[in-house]
Design a protein around this ligand. Structure first.
Ligand SMILES: O=C[C@H](O)COP(=O)(O)O
Length: 248
């Protein structure tokens, strides 16, 4: 049985004061069967870490650099995230792929490094509008998965979370339909089965991301292969995120 995961990716939003205020509100939410995860900006992590200790809220980072330490100006290591009790790290978000130019190979290094440090990678996949119109969604996702997961053994793979985020649905207010999202999530599970076998593939959680809100979360959660949401804009407001979490 896969535990639902409701993950908030704050992206480059909410400074320290706003972060503290949002977390204070989220701490009041009654825990349910779903895991609640927040991924604040790096500068908010120390305060967030203290605030969520012993609560139902899990902490994650939006990114990391896949090395132990050293001359990597501006970067944050997996060990630094562990020290702050982060459990998750987002790897290969489309904004990092497309704005910062991250390659599938680099994302693979992050996934390997995160796993080696006991962090759970949330591996993001998804196609652009153009790729979708060309009928290349499956090809793109297959390539992203195969490269990112290359040589990762099934004992580790089963702990990974995959997020399907069609790029055209991110921050646009136009989410994929639940049926379309399920079709891709099903394809992803099929690819995971091909790579690792059914037992492992059935353990891996698949999230949908892209304009998720309280009004549509139930449609996504009703789908067989969708185990939660990776939520951007709607995770920045306590009431909306709470409502999403409570509807799971
Ligand atoms: O990581 C989250 C996704 O990019 C979705 O963002 P959004 O909910 O603002 O569309």
């Amino acid at each position: 049985m896969r535990q639902p995961l409701i993950a908030g990716n704050w992206k480059m939003n909410l400074g320290l004061k706003e972060a503290v205020s949002l977390i204070s509100e989220l701490k009041k939410v009654k825990p349910n069967k779903a895991e609640m995860l927040i991924c604040p900006p790096f500068v908010d992590l120390p305060a967030a870490s203290e605030m969520v200790q012993g609560t139902h809220i899990q902490l994650g980072a939006q990114n990391m650099y896949p090395e132990e330490k050293g001359a990597f100006t501006g970067e944050i290591s997996p060990a630094m995230l562990k020290e702050l009790h982060c459990r998750y790290v987002i790897c290969g978000h489309s904004e990092r792929r497309h704005i910062m130019g991250e390659s599938d190979e680099f994302i693979h290094r992050k996934v390997v490094s995160a796993l080696a440090h006991g962090l759970t990678p949330i591996l993001c996949t998804g196609e652009t509008a153009e790729q979708r119109n060309e009928g290349r969604t499956e090809e793109i996702i297959r390539e992203e998965l195969e490269t990112a997961l290359f040589n990762i053994p099934s004992e580790q793979a089963e702990t990974i979370v995959i997020a399907y985020e069609p790029i055209w649905a991110i921050g646009t207010g136009v989410a994929a339909t639940a049926v379309d999202a399920q079709a891709v999530a099903h394809f992803i599970r099929g690819e995971l089965t091909r790579l690792y076998g059914e037992t492992t593939a059935e353990k891996i959680r698949i999230l949908y991301g892209g304009s998720v809100k309280a009004a549509n979360i139930e449609d996504f959660m009703a789908q067989k292969d969708i185990d939660g949401g990776l939520i951007g804009g709607a995770s920045l407001k306590a009431a909306e995120f709470k409502e999403i979490y409570e509807k799971v």
